[in-house]
Ligand binder design. Structure first.
Ligand code: ES4
Ligand code: ZN
Length: 326
């Protein structure tokens, strides 16, 4: 269709992408073999069949299990290089990537091993493909505040290589308030602040992310559609939402794509963006996400253009850098 041709051709930024969630089953097998790690799966088909989730935690259990094949700097390089090659096919020109160092450090992988491999691929992608990047280190919210502070200590000598701090993993029972002091420290270091909020959690978690964490951008933010005052506050602050429709569908946040609040929020004047979250696990990269909502939510060509434009406006790029893309 014409809309498909347009979406594929549009230059885009991807602002919500967990690099460990781009680990494709083929690479999982390859790395398992290379590193002598045993998998509970016998085949790529068996892996794909296991990706049948009822909620966020269901997914997270397999996500942390799958990433156990990632052990060396080369593994993190290969993972990130493969994502960039795939993103380039979708006309992605700028990426802001999350990584979860705590999930690797608890398996005995050094922080530096992870950062070195991811960053080496990002630098090479910028040089060879012209894909600019930012790097956002996520805190696992199911772990204690002390662990987050310990991560900040380990990361401290490397903060010049990081652009932001994020908050991810199990949302329910782990409200943003749990990390108010950690985010205050990150803010004092000059880092950008983002948090997953209102994915499975209630509007009150989004309020906490705004008022207690003082975030610069909201990851997901679906719950904003349920609270008119919150919606008004997000607009007043000019905050961007990084939404992930196929993720929402696969995690049963909005099992029916027709019910996804993305188009409604966009039409209400919120700066909404479209992203793939964990593309290997959720069955689609960024263009698949754009095309799925175009169809399910009856969105126009102008709306597709607006979403792509929002992705650059909401990026952690300087005004001079944004001008290049807009
Ligand atoms: C995640 Cl979809 C999602 N939500 C929360 N934490 C995550 N980590 C990786 N993907
Ligand atoms: Zn996410």
């Amino acid at each position: 269709s014409q809309l498909e041709t347009l979406v594929r051709a549009l230059p885009k930024a991807e602002l919500h992408l967990h690099i460990e969630g781009s680990l494709e089953p083929d690479m999982m097998f390859e790395l398992a073999k290379r590193n002598g790690v045993s998998l509970t799966y016998a085949s790529v088909d068996e892996i794909r069949a296991a990706y049948d989730f009822s909620n966020l935690q269901d997914f997270l259990d397999l996500y942390y299990q799958g990433m156990a094949v990632l052990q060396t700097e080369q593994d993190f390089y290969d993972l990130t290089a493969a994502y960039l090659a795939r993103a380039a096919e979708d006309n992605v020109r700028h990426v802001e990537i999350f990584f979860d160092p705590q999930a690797h450090m608890e398996r005995g992988v050094d922080f530096e091993t992870v950062l070195d491999g991811v960053e080496r691929a990002l630098k090479e992608g910028e040089a060879s493909r012209g894909i600019s990047y930012r790097l956002i280190m996520c805190i696992l919210r199911h772990l204690p505040e002390d662990d987050a502070f310990a991560l900040m200590d380990v990361a401290d000598p490397h903060l010049h290589r990081l652009d932001g701090i994020g908050l991810d993993s199990s949302e329910l029972g782990h409200p943003p308030s749990k990390f108010e002091r950690v985010f205050a420290r990150a803010r004092s270091k000059g880092l950008k602040l983002v948090a997953h909020a209102g994915e499975e959690g209630p509007p009150s978690y989004v309020w906490e992310a705004l008022d207690l964490l003082q975030i610069d951008r909201i990851d997901h933010g679906n719950a904003a559609a349920k609270d008119a005052a919150l919606l008004a506050e997000i607009k007043a602050r000019g905050l961007t939402l990084t939404m992930c429709p196929l993720s929402n569908q696969r995690l049963c946040v909005t099992p029916d794509l027709n019910d996804n609040p993305l188009a409604g929020l966009l039409r209400a004047g919120v700066s909404v963006t479209v992203n793939s979250d964990d593309p290997s696990y959720f069955g689609g990269y960024i263009n698949d996400n754009y095309l799925a909502i175009a169809e399910a939510l009856d969105m126009s060509a102008d709306e597709m253009i607006g979403l792509a434009r929002n992705s650059f406006l909401g990026a952690f790029l300087s005004d001079a850098e944004k001008k290049k893309y807009l």
